[in-house]
Design a protein around this ligand. Structure first.
Ligand code: XMP
Length: 517
């Protein structure tokens, strides 16, 4: 297990994950911890090589925590970002004022007092998002960055490796964010790079080895996460890893081709379960999005469990573990402090294999649980997997089931399958597939008037949705080439029966979600 040399104490900022990502992008291992976890490790004498205090939504005036002990070790480098900088300033007897007007968005800041950051100009555009601010730096610090209205934007201890940024170097909107972070890790903290796809892979192998000589089951979708997880597990466990692919009838033509290809071209043992009829029987006639999702989820678990037991009996084996491609964002979601005690609202009841491990009494094997999607793609490449396979767009567990609005029927699923195939072909023809995060079509159960040939048509609508995102948590609609959109629209109207109109979704997330249901 690689010891993570940088720990990021999460005070609930919406950007904490980004700090980890950027840190790893720079080649340094890092992980997110809560203040309680940090305390626990400190009490055991376990320390990081450097610490980051993240931003947070609260006001320091209401936070009575005594942070003194976190700054007692004079050699420990600490970077405070936004709220983290305010904590640092207060602990060293600077002044933090409750702001009456927040500062959100772009700001220009300047380096002062001969502060120099390699590759960084004197004037930098950064992203601010704060209410309180430091109005007087502690005497032991100097102000090194100032905004154009003379507000303190950065402070640095005169002798110790302590640095504070009021802005967010981790967000894309901050220019030279990586240079500023790198200054802290390399120049101030003197850390050595230790994070690479090879190191990540070694760690994942170790985890798989640690479960011993045992039979492992994988709910396999053929998507990036399950493919990478299964491939690396296969390298350790050989034919003791068994992949089950459930055909719920809600897949696209490209998914069937993909599975056939994986069966042919990888050493994975993939068992295909054709359960189209059972699935259609379970949701036929349902129109409510949550009812449909739940029915698909429930049927999945029932069929999976039944088929796995049959397989165990016929092969004379017993599964001890369920391999899952869980990623770090899902893990962090469940430990994030701002979630604690609060009731989070369910926007959509995501399902993939939810409920399976408890019901089937399987231990979980999650070799990707500390990785982000882009890192999973990198180790997929390191494993020698085909570039196209590890750069596939995400596809939701309930498949086309969440892309047919209103009543789900075989006929409407077929219309989405056909229009999706057209979209997919044209994305490739126009070399746009790799330029977007996700692209798909949605069947709208509204009828509109059109003309086909010389006759009046009164038929349904297909919506094309294409977005860019880095993790699916936020997304922007993609501004696609006009020729591409025209081609997709005319082909869908001409080639998919019962469709007279194609619309393009120009909603970002938030306020929309990526899927329509
Ligand atoms: P939303 O619609 O929540 O989607 O903005 C964000 C990302 O998650 C995918 N998605 C799912 N993935 N099971 C999944 O595996 C699900 O139930 C599910 N629902 C949405 C969606 O395609 C997008 O990439």
């Amino acid at each position: 297990m690689i010891e993570r040399q940088i720990w990021i104490v999460d005070f609930g900022s919406q950007y904490t994950q980004l700090i980890t990502r950027k840190t790893r992008e720079l080649g340094y291992s890092s992980e997110i911890v809560t203040l309680e976890e940090y305390d626990e490790r400190l009490s055991k004498g376990i320390k990081p090589n450097a610490l980051i205090f993240s931003g947070g939504p609260q006001s320091l005036s209401e936070d009575k925590t005594d942070y003194k002990k976190y700054f007692e070790d004079e050699s420990l480098p600490v970077l405070g970002i936004c709220y983290g900088m305010q904590i640092m300033a207060r602990e060293f007897k600077g002044v933090v004022d409750k702001g009456y007007q927040g500062e959100y968005g772009h700001a220009k800041i300047y380096t002062i007092n001969n502060f120099e950051v390699p590759h960084c100009p004197k004037e930098i555009n950064v992203w601010m998002s704060h209410f309180d601010h430091v109005t007087k730096a502690p005497d032991t610090f100097e102000v090194v960055l100032e905004s154009n209205n003379k507000m303190i934007a950065g402070i640095k201890h005169k002798t110790r490796p302590l640095l504070g940024f009021q802005f967010h170097p981790e967000v894309e909107h901050s220019d030279h964010g990586l240079d500023l972070l790198s200054y802290f890790y390399k120049d101030l903290a003197g850390l050595k790079k230790d994070w690479s796809p090879k190191a990540m892979l070694e760690e994942a192998f170790e985890l798989v080895k640690s479960i011993g000589d045992t039979q492992v089951l994988c709910a396999f979708s053929g998507g990036v996460d399950s493919l990478v997880a299964a491939t690396l597990a296969q390298k350790v466990l050989g034919d003791k890893i068994h992949c089950f692919f459930v055909d719920n009838g809600l897949l696209r033509p490209q998914d069937y081709d993909h599975i056939d290809l994986l069966k042919k071209e990888t050493p994975l043992n993939i068992e295909i379960i054709d359960a189209k009829d059972e699935f259609f029987d379970s949701f036929e006639g349902m129109a409510d999005p949550e009812d449909k999702r739940k029915a698909i989820g429930k049927t999945f678990i029932e069929i999976f469990e039944k088929k796995v037991h049959e397989y165990e009996d016929s092969h004379g084996i017993h599964f001890s573990h369920l391999l899952q491609g869980t990623l770090y964002p899902d893990v962090i979601e469940s430990i994030s402090p701002h979630k604690k005690g609060g009731k989070s609202v369910t926007i959509k009841s995501h399902h993939n294999v939810g409920g399976l491990p408890e019901r089937m009494k399987l231990k979980l094997l999650e070799p990707l649980r500390l990785l982000f999607k882009d890192e999973v793609r990198k180790i997929g490449e390191e494993l020698g997997l085909n570039h196209d396979w590890v750069h596939r767009h995400p596809f939701p567990g309930p498949g086309i089931g969440v892309r047919v609005l209103g009543e789900l029927s075989r006929e409407s699923v077929k219309k989405v399958q056909e229009s999706d195939q057209i979209l997919f072909e044209e994305l490739h023809n126009f070399h746009q597939y790799n330029a977007c995060w996700q692209a798909f079509t949605v069947f709208l159960p509204v009828k509109t008037v059109g003309v086909k040939g010389d006759a009046r048509a009164y038929e349904n609508v297909i919506c094309v949705r294409i977005v860019n995102s880095s993790d699916g948590m936020t997304a922007v609609w993609s501004d696609m080439p006009r020729d591409f959109l025209s081609k997709v629209s005319s082909r869908i109207c001409n080639e998919v029966s019962g469709i007279t109109r194609v619309v393009y979704d120009i909603t970002s997330k938030p306020p929309g979600t990526i899927e329509w249901e």
